[in-house]
Design a protein around this ligand. Sequence first.
Ligand code: FPP
Length: 255
Amino acid sequence: MSSNLERQANAEPVSAAPSHVPNHVAFIMDGNGRWASSRGLPRTEGHRQGLEALRKIIRHAALRGVGIVTIYSFSTENWSRPEPEVRFLMGLLRRFVQRDLSELHRENIRIRIIGERDNLDAGILKLLLDAEELTRNNTGMELVVAFNYGARQELTAAVKKLCEKVARGEIEPSAISESHISAELDTVGLPDPDLIVRTSGELRLSNFLLWQAAYTEFYFSDLMWPDFDEAALDQALECFGNRDRRYGGVTAQAL
Ligand code: FPP
């Protein structure tokens, strides 16, 4: 049976820069645990290597001209993992922000955090808010960190806020449009992702950007996230460049 990669890509290795680069690429960084287990290492080592892969991918995406990178760093469902692993992931995020923030800032990268902020450790929340504040006026690539994020929770919160507006008489139910819903989401103002990349061979969205991904292209890689490198990103970008995005319409040639 052919792999996901073989099935979907025109899977030649890519050496040159991809021709048509998506503006917004989102990553589901899956497979850290399996990467580690297959080497007889603790799962936490997989996350540590996952962070190294992330660092490379951020720089390479910026180099390729990607405008926005969104990363699914911790989902609302990830709290159900063993407590030491959750603590490790929190520590990793803390280290990422503390260690990389000044460099990201120097590279003109703007950081934005999406996800539920209630019930977050106060120290982590402050770190995230400070990172947003420090980089607010940067004009380079935007790095959106989905942390404690779940799309259903995001949509539920949006529905509540709209209901409150209705209850206060600020909007008529019949006047509610798609843009009103988008405006209540954490991603307000962000263009929808053009491409979502998921590693590790899993073919799921896992409660990630459900509303925003209505017309997103998907790319599934069989690589475990710690192995996802610059060449793998180029291959994903190249594959995107060959897609025919019709948004429910028909191509000009078909008319
Ligand atoms: C999924 O792999 C990965 C995560 C739940 C966490 C992603 C985190 C990183 C890539 C580390 C760097 C990120 C920050 C900023 C904290 P998995 O553990 O589900 O792997 P498995 O499916 O093989 O078990």
